[in-house]
Write a protein that binds this ligand. Structure first.
Ligand code: SF4
Ligand code: SF4
Length: 103
């Protein structure tokens, strides 16, 4: 099974910044209501700079069962973060989850 479906740690660990051109209002696909503007060129998934961070699009409980509410429209950084990568394993450690490599 895909380890991400029972994880979600990376959606509750890092700031998720991406180009404003990825917003639906700019011709992209990410719903603008779920993002906050950082500056003229960058925006950020809402909630990912909170303490503790948690993306507003994430549903469910981290480490149990989760889903991304905008999976098909999620921004580039979310598409690029691979299960088992260094960033993935760092996020899992922060949430007390075993490394993907050990599953
Ligand atoms: S931290 Fe890794 S396993 Fe967990 S949801 Fe993100 S990519 Fe998937
Ligand atoms: S948009 Fe989806 S995949 Fe990206 S951080 Fe938020 S919940 Fe996770």
């Amino acid at each position: 099974m895909n380890p991400c479906q029972t994880c979600g740690a990376c959606c509750a660990a890092f700031r998720v910044d991406f180009s404003v051109h990825e917003l639906d209002v700019e011709g992209g696909r990410v719903p603008a209501g779920l993002a906050v503007q950082v500056n003229d060129t960058l925006c950020r998934m809402r909630g990912t700079d909170h303490t503790p961070p948690r993306c507003a699009a994430l549903t469910g409980r981290v480490g149990e069962r989760v889903a991304c509410g905008i999976y098909e429209w999620r921004p580039g950084p979310c598409r690029e973060l691979e299960a088992g990568s260094d960033a993935c394993e760092r996020a899992r450690v922060r949430h007390g989850l075993a490394p993907v490599a050990n599953l």
